[in-house]
Write a protein that binds this ligand. Structure first.
Ligand SMILES: [Zn+2]
Length: 267
């Protein structure tokens, strides 16, 4: 087998172990990420709701102050009403009083509306605050879990990555590019061993004989044309699966499967 080809296979074996390590983390990195996003959003919403709460308190204070002033004016106008001497003066004063009353009504209505708004905001802040606390606690737990897994695998991972860097140096760029292209499309698995099944047959004398029955790609399990096996075994050029596009190689340990099952079970 070509040396470069052997390096590509070694690279895949290292990457398979790295993939396994990554799988050990399961959904954890994703969960941590989502929690962090959710907490951020909650914090933004809480900040803006608390800001609005403060604004409303100020607005209500303003309206209350204005109503107080208006009531003082109103009382003064009403007192003046007894002192007027002409109809014209009376009408003018009455109109002032009406306007003042309307203003007071408007202010009181606004205070009512703002009070309702602030009540709703307080409820929302309270519930968001609780959710926020829960999420922060959960994030803490999940982060610790993730750290534990990372620590457990840290040294193994570092060793593998070092090996990987060394192997990559020995692989010609065009092979490495090809490997990366397929790995990206096939969840990290670019090169797989073929599997050749041999069926046990007994001749008339009772001697056991193994007949090659089926060759398949161990990546997608589709059939590989038997005439390709010799070429793949020699490992002198890159062969790929016609179905999944992965590179194929012969592995002495896993490629040959001897079976005493009958043909129906195999096909
Ligand atoms: Zn395949």
């Amino acid at each position: 087998m070509l040396k470069e080809f052997e390096y590509v296979i070694k690279l895949q074996k290292i990457d398979n172990q790295l993939l396994e390590i990554n799988n050990m983390k399961g959904d954890l990195p994703q969960i941590v990420d989502t929690l962090q996003q959710e907490i951020k959003t909650l914090e933004k919403e809480l900040e803006s709701e608390r800001k609005r709460e403060k604004e409303i308190v100020l607005e209500i204070t303003d309206f209350k102050g204005k109503t107080q002033d208006d009531n003082v004016h109103l009382e003064r106008y009403q007192d003046q009403l007894y002192l007027v001497t002409s109809n014209k003066e009376y009408d003018a004063l009455s109109s002032e009083i009406d306007t003042m009353k309307q203003d007071i009504d408007k202010s009181e209505y606004s205070i009512l509306e703002l009070s309702e708004e602030i009540d709703k905001l307080k409820e929302s802040v309270k519930s968001k605050d609780l959710t926020h606390q829960d999420k922060v606690k959960e994030l803490d737990i999940r982060k610790t879990e993730l750290e534990k897994t990372n620590n457990k695998t840290k040294s193994v991972k570092a060793k593998l990555q070092k090996e990987r860097t060394n192997i990559v140096k020995s692989i010609p760029l065009r092979y490495f590019r090809e490997y990366n292209r397929i790995a990206k499309a096939k969840e990290g698995v670019a090169i797989v061993p073929i599997q050749q099944v041999f069926i046990e047959k007994k001749d008339k004398k009772g001697n056991i004989e193994y007949i090659p029955a089926k060759v398949s790609c161990s990546g997608c399990h589709k059939i590989v044309p038997p005439q390709k096996v010799v070429e793949i075994r020699s490992g002198n050029k890159l062969n790929r699966c016609e179905f999944c596009g992965r590179l194929l190689y012969w592995d002495d340990k896993i490629s040959e499967i001897k079976s005493n099952n009958n043909e129906e079970e195999i096909f």
